[in-house]
Design a protein. Structure first.
Length: 129
């Protein structure tokens, strides 16, 4: 049974999107350079393949530039983050945001400073309703 293509970003795709979001517009060479600075060694063909997958998923668009293409984000970072979070809530917590929050609060991932911010956000949300 083959796996259906996912609209959610994989770890590698997210890594590429971080580069695109930071730069605004990139070439394959730009991506290669930035990833090399992070000690990631990928071939030019691998970079082109991932960028083509991102284009097929609608995360980037491309336009001709010289002998290659320039890529830019079509999905804002905050929208992609929300989409990945909602996918995680659906798959890992059966759609329950409360279970996800309980899991986070039970871990060391939430600092006291984060907890204060979360409480402020909840108070603001309740006030707005």
């Amino acid at each position: 049974m083959s796996r259906r293509p996912s609209r959610v970003l994989t770890e590698v795709e997210l890594e590429f999107m971080q580069v695109v979001w930071e730069a605004g517009e990139v070439t394959t060479e730009d991506v290669l350079d930035r990833l090399r600075r992070q000690d990631r060694r990928l071939s030019d063909g691998s970079v082109r393949k991932v960028l083509s997958i991102l284009a097929a998923k609608g995360y980037v668009s491309r336009r001709p530039a010289g002998r290659g293409f320039r890529y830019r984000a079509e999905v804002p970072k905050d929208q992609a983050n929300r989409h990945m979070l909602l996918d995680l809530v659906d798959r890992a917590f059966r759609g329950s945001g409360a279970l996800m929050v309980a899991s986070l609060l039970g871990s060391r991932a939430v600092s006291d400073r984060d907890l204060k911010k979360i409480k402020r956000m909840i108070a603001e949300r309740e006030k707005a309703q």
